[in-house]
Design a protein around this ligand. Sequence first.
Ligand SMILES: O=C(O)[C@H](O)[C@@H](O)[C@H](O)[C@H](O)COP(=O)(O)O
Length: 223
Amino acid sequence: MNFVDYPDREMLAIDLANCLAGELESYLLRHETVSFAVPGGTSPGAVFDALCAADLDWDRVHVFPTDERWVPADHPRSNARMICERLITNRAASARFLPLSAPGNAPEEVLAAIEAMLLPELPISVLLLGMGTDMHVASLFPGAEGLQAALDPDAPVLTALRPETVPEPRISLSARVLDGALSKHLVIFGEEKRAALDRAMTLPPEEAPVQAILTGTTVHWAN
Ligand SMILES: O=C(O)[C@H](O)[C@@H](O)[C@H](O)[C@H](O)COP(=O)(O)O
């Protein structure tokens, strides 16, 4: 793991956006398309605001969420909604967005269809993650029903989880798919998350799921 400490959140957002744009661009020099997996939550918002203005061949960039909340696409808590509003806009409006959702009555019903759409995008070229103070990444929440399956080295691409600590069921890329990304970044803000990351080093992935993706990851932190 590589830890980068920024003077403030604004500097982090600008520098991280430049770094991600550079990685996407250099990947596109050698490949027809690039896959870019991004988190929901609040932390990536300012990074997306800067990144969406980058001068890139965005129509060759395939963006998908690392995880999704089981809510309608226009719901205030939808990760797709946030990502489309903050990232798939400005110059990045021509990027291809692949939602982790499909019509169905429960997450388990739609996993196969979404997985079929994602398979050609794997391994993830560039991954950005956020982390909760409980040390979850994507929707791999400690103690959640479905966590063990999502941490399994032979896990399917996607897993349904039912964390008790959040209002809705989740669909998440499994740990092996996140960890298998060619380039991995984690963005966290504040002392509480920094302390949580330190604590995660001493715990197994079942208690601190972030553990499962830390090898080779660059952590970007500002207070
Ligand atoms: O859908 C989600 O909830 C996310 O993908 C999740 O893993 C997020 O990155 C963390 O919860 C951090 O969220 P904040 O950035 O809002 O603290």
